[in-house]
Ligand binder design. Structure first.
Ligand code: 3PY
Ligand code: ZN
Length: 646
């Protein structure tokens, strides 16, 4: 019917040319665009109808098949309970105003002066990275963003960017991570946005040329980021200096993080001692940081260790704001957060209750309640947490198809020290490789692999090195002794070889020898900061090349995405060319196979909603391996040919 309408349009009858056609008939052109968009979306929905979701890591269907109900913040209807929650516009009161008006130093001072303890909510980043394979889509944050701007108005920050979210957004969710940042920023103008950045590795798994790090940090601030939690996966000060400088030059709040390993409360652990951390903090403070982060990525910081570590830093640096991060893998992080606050931490990390616990952060409700009772109130209301939690409990169900089978606390983390996100990820990978039964064996090999590396700090990307090493040992039935004896002849995973070459930086205490030499043989060795030997990137040329390949829509931010992940970015662009912008599809249709007759409402732009009904899936066309999938779109019947991949 559309082609018919086009051909009978009077410009065709009158014989007008195509160029003036677009200018003279904008309405018809818009219709063409929107029909194209609809057709591309049908291509995706048709593919799901025939083949099911192909999103990596998904097992089965989403656990929620109905629309998510947005909770009412009923207690806000009582004027005695503070400003009303009117989600037609975002809240304007919050800590970000200090950053915008007075800058990072003033913000740091105000945080330090705050009489209670503030929270960072990790729900939009680390919580789903740790529990749901980082698969949370922008739309599911957007749908609760304005309410969050009120409920968490007194939060120090929302962690919503960085870590694995950048890569996963493009690679698996076909979304633009920059667009996520900009969209959320508009909906939450009042609460600082925080990202986890891996120092010289930015949001990647390797070192990048210095200008890539500066460019990335600058773009992050331009697109709405406020606070950079900068860490290095080996606590290597040279890499940290670069990340700190880039965040500072970009105008961001620099939260430099010490990665916590070992156990300061255990005198038998002699590598990562209290003195080691105090010395490292001294070096970071010398760089002029705004906030100190303690990043306990595995959840090793017990309450006693938190009291010792934070207490000692507080004593030495009374003016320095301290922000503590942990994971609940062993089940003790709420207690550790409270101990940290009592020892002088200004900010602690929590996740909304239904996305907390296990490998994620401590539960927001419990921590806020406990802090309130000890005179260290967070300024976050219990009733608001409950309302927010109603939303997130539905989201947790929606994404249940990405849950790793982790059901309970696991104190084996004190032995293997796997970061929270990696714990669930490795468990999943192990089962994919057919090693699922050997999860316990992998944990044991992880300990041995870490020892072979020299007992390093383990966090992305160094944790990937140890994880790859452990899987290599498991699948080749190698003991630690075997590796030492056969190192000169084994075919190690590339991440392991590169680590020993020095491509991530220098580990605490140096590389173990002669293992290093046996593993890298005659490959180059880097004994300083890897970035210093890398050629700067030519962004102008990259942009021109990308525009030539994908079109004029390529932006400077896209160039930054490409700089971080060239192949992933190109595949993402090709996917979008084929299927259009899929971020508009509600998650239950994005991941779930539709039923025949099911009606889907998809808003493709403001005021334009497609009502799509799946009518039928046709038989395979002989010799072509293709099926026609029939839809009704706003009352019109359309078919799309879809390859049957079975
Ligand atoms: C990341 O780098 O993504 C992490 O979450 C490390 O803890
Ligand atoms: Zn974490």
């Amino acid at each position: 019917p559309f082609l018919f309408r086009l051909l009978t349009h009077d410009v065709f009858i009158g014989g007008k040319t195509w160029t003036t056609f677009i200018d003279d008939t904008p309405d018809l052109f818009k219709l063409v665009q929107s029909q194209n968009r609809a057709q591309k979306l049908l291509g995706y929905l048709g593919d799901i109808a025939v083949n099911g979701s192909s999103i990596k890591g998904q097992i089965g269907e989403p656990g929620l098949k109905t629309e998510i109900v947005i909770p009412k913040f009923e207690s806000r209807e009582d004027p005695d309970n503070g400003p009303p929650l009117d989600a037609t516009f975002p809240c304007e009161v919050g800590w970000r105003n200090i950053i915008v008006k007075s800058g990072p130093e003033a913000f740091a001072k105000a945080v330090r002066d705050y009489p209670g303890c503030l929270i960072m909510d990790t729900t939009w980043r680390d919580a789903h990275q740790s529990l749901l394979a980082t698969r949370l889509r922008t739309v599911d944050m957007v749908n609760i963003a304005k309410e969050t701007s009120y409920a968490l108005a007194n939060a120090y920050s929302l962690e919503c960017w960085g870590g694995a979210t950048f890569d996963v957004a493009m690679r698996f969710l076909y979304e633009d991570p920059w667009e996520r940042l900009r969209t959320l920023r508009q909906l939450v103008p009042n609460i600082p946005f925080q990202a986890l950045v891996r120092g010289a590795n930015a949001v990647g798994y390797k070192s990048y040329p210095d200008n890539a790090i500066y460019d990335f940090s600058k773009k992050a601030v331009e697109n709405g980021l406020d606070i950079f939690r900068v860490f290095d996966s080996l606590n290597y000060i040279e890499n940290m200096r670069l990340g700190i400088d880039a965040a500072k030059k970009a105008g961001g709040v620099v939260e430099a993080a010490v990665c916590y390993s070992g156990d300061v409360a255990n005198p038998k652990k002699t590598k990562y001692t209290l003195q080691y951390y105090l010395d490292f903090v001294d070096q970071l403070v010398e760089e002029g940081i705004h906030v100190l982060g303690i990043k306990d990525m595995a959840g090793l910081l017990t309450p006693a260790a938190a009291t010792m570590l934070i207490g000692a830093i507080r004593k030495k640096y009374p003016e320095l704001p301290i922000h503590v991060h942990s994971h609940d893998t062993a089940g003790i992080s709420a207690a550790s957060m409270i101990a940290a606050a009592a020892a002088g931490a200004d900010v602690v990390d929590v996740a909304i209750d239904s996305l907390s616990g296990i490998t994620s952060q401590a539960p927001m409700g419990a921590v806020c309640m406990a802090l309130e009772q000890t005179g260290m109130g967070t300024g976050i209301r219990y009733q608001d947490i409950q309302a927010l939690n109603l939303y997130w409990s539905q989201v947790r169900l929606l994404y249940s198809c990405f849950e790793a089978p982790v059901r309970a606390s696991d104190s084996s983390v004190y032995g293997h020290e796997m970061p929270g996100g990696q714990y669930t990820n490795l468990m999943f990978q192990a089962s994919q490789l057919g090693l699922g039964q050997q999860w316990d064996e992998i944990k044991r090999k992880y300990i041995e692999a870490n020892e072979l590396c020299g007992d390093i700090i383990k966090v992305t990307p160094s944790s990937k090195v140890v994880g790859d090493f452990a899987q290599f040992m498991t699948s080749n039935s190698l003991s630690k002794k075997d590796v030492i004896e056969q190192a000169a002849h084994l075919d190690f995973p590339s991440s392991v070889v590169e680590f020993f070459q020095g491509y991530l930086g220098q580990p605490v205490g140096g590389f173990p020898e002669p293992l290093r030499t046996h593993i890298i043989r005659d490959l180059p060795r880097i004994d300083g900061r890897p970035g210093t030997t890398m050629e700067p990137l030519n962004f102008k040329k990259m942009k021109a090349d990308l525009r030539a390949k994908f079109g004029k829509h390529i932006t400077d931010a896209d160039v930054s995405s490409y700089a971080m992940y060239p192949k992933v970015f190109e595949e993402y662009q090709s996917f979008v060319e084929k299927y259009g912008d899929l971020s508009v599809i509600p998650t239950r249709y994005f991941l779930g196979r539709p039923e025949i007759g099911e009606e889907m409402h998809i808003s493709i732009e403001k005021g334009k909603t497609l009502i799509i009904r799946l009518l039928a899936v046709g038989p395979v066309v002989e010799g072509k391996g293709v099926r026609d999938v029939w839809f009704e779109v706003n009352g019109e019947v359309r078919a799309v040919p879809v390859e049957d991949k079975s």
